[in-house]
Design a protein around this ligand. Structure first.
Ligand code: BMA
Length: 370
């Protein structure tokens, strides 16, 4: 009798649980916990992320414990972005000169503090051997199963897998990573971009990549992010989407490129509305996978423009791009304030807003625990 009464409940909870597993049904415990906790956390606020935060800032490189954000707020970001471009060539440094050995340690530090790790991959064009920006037709098709460069692509994924698997926490557990391959795929500036392959080819590539990492290489610490650049509507966003069973996080990248804050706010708001709708319908985590207003020409941008956009939505995280500093050509590139930078005071207000989440906010959330 009791069994009979319990049965529908058990079946129901089994289904509910199965539905809420990430794309990798064999994901490690920490990865599944992260996935569930992030679903809840987005109702509380939006985690602030920063690319390469611990490696360098506008005026420093590789100073232990340093971070431009830390110098401004006394706190680290909640999300740490890293980049693997170059790993496929056995380079000891990525395309932005970050040594992979150091990156591994930074990833461990961020994770040990309870932070979230996300990784992008600006990888080599497999047809030409040149950079990710070396565009042209045929590169995606060339690495699909059965095609000429497929074996090469598999060898690259093996190197990625070895790096992922080498990321271990204090107890030897695999560090969960939000992996964001083929980013900005509706743009034409990367070889996997819209103009250079069909939707079907991109989808095949995405599915093969996840399947190979997961089933052949036994990497079970990844949440998969699907990510476009700016987009006009739902149909454009989903044109190259590989399918719900392959994706955990959905996002887009957006940069402000002129001084029209109102326009940026309107654009961001519109896209975030669409993203949230798509995410809610499909039970995915919505994220602003990259954003920035290069060199921050408006000292009040954080509270006048970005914060209002974030306040209107329940977005998991927003990742600011890297504080590269001064290039050899003398051009500056940075997206978060550093000590003494004009928007630092305003950023502090943004930091104090209850709906922006930084390291201290999420350490006690214990995102990797049940
Ligand atoms: C771009 C710039 C480049 C960098 C690339 C990959 O947006 O920051 O300098 O090489 O990202 O990180």
């Amino acid at each position: 009798m009791r069994t009979i009464l319990l049965l529908p409940f058990l079946v129901f909870s089994y289904i509910a649980n199965a539905q809420s597993l990430p794309a990798d049904k064999q994901a490690t415990r920490e990865t599944v916990n992260l996935y569930h906790n992030l679903q809840k956390l987005r109702q509380k606020g939006c985690m602030f992320g920063h690319q390469d935060d611990l490696a360098y800032g506008v005026h420093w490189k590789y100073v232990e414990g340093n971070s431009d954000l830390f110098e401004v707020t006394g706190d680290y970001p909640a999300v740490y972005g890293w980049e693997l471009g170059g790993l496929e060539l056995d380079s000891s440094k990525n395309l932005d000169a970050v040594p992979f050995d150091k990156m591994r340690l930074f990833i461990r530090q961020g994770y040990a503090r309870g932070g979230v790790i996300t990784i992008s991959w600006h990888f080599t064009n497999p047809l030409t051997g040149k950079s990710a920006w070396d565009v042209g037709p045929g590169a995606v098709a060339s690495i699909l199963p059965g095609a000429a460069q497929h074996a090469l692509y598999k060898s690259w994924l093996q190197k990625l897998a070895a790096f992922f698997v080498s990321l271990r926490g204090e107890h030897g557990e695999a560090i969960p990573v939000i992996f964001r391959p083929f980013h900005e795929l509706n743009g034409n500036w990367f070889w996997w971009g819209k103009k250079w392959c069909t939707p079907n080819e991109l989808q095949q590539l995405y599915r093969f990549t996840a399947t190979y990492l997961r089933d052949s290489l036994q990497v079970h610490q990844l949440l998969y992010a699907f990510n476009t650049d700016r987009f006009a509507n739902e149909a454009e966003y989903l044109e190259r989407y590989p399918g719900d069973e392959w994706v955990d996080v959905i996002g887009f990248d957006i940069y402000q490129r002129n001084n029209n804050n109102a326009q940026f706010l309107q654009d961001a708001d519109q896209m975030l509305t669409l993203l949230e709708k798509i995410a809610n319908e499909r039970n995915k985590l919505p994220a602003l996978t990259e954003f920035g207003y290069g060199t921050l020409p408006d000292s009040t941008w954080w509270t006048s423009t970005l914060l209002p956009a974030l306040h209107r939505h329940a977005i998991s995280y927003a990742l600011a791009w890297r504080n590269a500093g001064k290039s050899p050509q003398g051009r500056y590139e940075y997206y978060v304030p550093f000590k003494g930078e004009a928007s630092a005071g305003n950023f502090l207000q943004f930091y104090k807003d209850p709906r922006t989440l930084f390291q201290k906010d999420i350490t006690h959330e214990k995102l990797y625990a049940r």
